[in-house]
Design a protein around this ligand. Structure first.
Ligand code: TXA
Ligand code: MG
Length: 347
């Protein structure tokens, strides 16, 4: 396994070339995108795709996102309705993934045998240069071991996938920190499968009406193959995490009174004295960038439980609450009594 560093904004052609040569022979490459680090194979290679699933220990029925460098390349991969193509011309490259009917040209391994395919053009010079040089789309999930928080830095990839990957490109921290917004445009109105940095408010501005099912908020698991990923446990730290809807200081006091050591994930101006603190930042943008790193750090603190304030589900808050619900296994305390019940169950 090689780790090559490069400037994310002006990628070194030698590094891009090394990635392309690795992909051409069916190898796998971890590289940053504007959202999180991805683990890529050529989207046309069965062998490369198989290796991605094996390296991540990813369930076989959970398809990968196909990354393209242009709308033209996306149209070779899937059937893009013309009104959607108009929108994609304006929002790509960017953190918007659309699920469309597949043309069956990418490896069946990539789509997990579905007749739809998820496609996006990443707004990051490294993957864009790789796709352009390869002359073909690349398929990739987030470069974490299945079930772990997505990697937002090369160190996270090394932590999870050491020895499993042919090449890791270290392009510094991912710009946005949470995964792309996924919209199923095979249905009308389009259905939000996973909220992300491109907010629901922005989606409505560009796509018109969209449906937001409860699983997009992280409130339920979809157990059918509408959004295969939503049925698996995700982003989960080992340390139990609880979303708290009331005063954090009160939550910390209650948990400590039961003999628990508590860490606080501070966000949106809410924090409290505890046995450990992780700063997500003041703005929701900072919180998105810092969230997955903080979830990884939580497991290194000598605490029994973490608490995080509930965020308003507007703008980036919708995506953040979706990730927090998954990371906490939907442990949410609306009242002190509810928190005590959660704590009793953990003791
Ligand atoms: O920002 C991102 O989207 C990152 C970077 C690397 O591009 N990728 C990412 O991939 O988050 P992954 O595999 O962690 O999440 C992809 C999600 C999964 O939940 C998967 O179920 C869903 O996309 N997906 C893929 N193909 C699909 C399809 N045909 N229909 C519905 N959902 C699909
Ligand atoms: Mg993932």
């Amino acid at each position: 396994m090689r780790v090559l560093k490069t400037d994310p904004l002006r990628p070194d052609p030698g590094v891009i070339d090394a990635a392309v040569r690795t992909l051409r022979r069916g190898g796998i490459v971890a590289a940053p995108t504007e959202t999180v680090y991805g683990l890529f194979s050529s989207a046309l290679s069965d062998e490369g795709c198989e290796r991605v699933f094996r390296a991540k220990k990813r369930p076989r029925d959970n398809p990968l996102i196909v990354h393209v460098d242009s709308l033209e390349m996306a149209e070779e991969v899937g059937h893009i309705p013309s009104d959607i193509a108009e929108v994609l011309r304006r929002v790509w490259p960017g953190p918007v993934t659309v699920v469309v009917r597949s043309r069956g040209v990418v490896s069946k391994c990539v789509t997990a045998g579905l007749d739809t395919v998820a496609v996006r053009a990443p707004a990051h010079p490294i993957p864009l240069a790789i796709i352009r040089e390869l002359g073909a789309p690349i398929a990739g999930p987030s470069a974490n071991r299945a079930g772990r928080p997505s990697p937002t830095a090369a160190e996270h990839v090394i932590e999870d996938l050491n020895g499993e990957v042919d090449l890791i490109i270290d392009g510094g921290p991912a710009f946005l920190g949470i995964e792309s917004t996924i919209v199923d445009v095979t249905r009308r109105p389009p259905v939000l499968l996973r909220p992300g940095p491109f907010t629901a408010e922005e989606l409505r501005e560009y796509f018109g009406d969209i449906a937001i099912p409860p699983y997009a908020r992280g409130l339920a698991e979809a157990d059918v193959a509408i959004a295969p990923g939503v049925k698996y446990r995700h982003y989960a730290p080992e340390t139990p995490l609880v979303i708290v809807h009331f005063e954090l200081a009160e939550a910390v006091r209650l948990l400590r009174s039961r003999g628990l050591r508590v860490a606080v994930l501070c966000a949106a101006g809410k924090c409290a004295e505890a046995d450990g603190a992780l700063q997500l930042g003041e703005s929701l943008y900072e919180a998105a960038r810092n969230l997955y790193g903080a979830l990884r750090s939580l497991d290194r603190l000598p605490v029994d439980i973490g608490v995080v304030p509930a965020l308003e589900e507007a703008g980036l808050g919708l995506a953040l609450m979706n990730r927090l619900r998954k990371a906490s296994g939907r442990r949410e305390a609306r009242t002190p009594e509810e928190l005590l019940r959660i704590a009793e169950a953990l003791l």
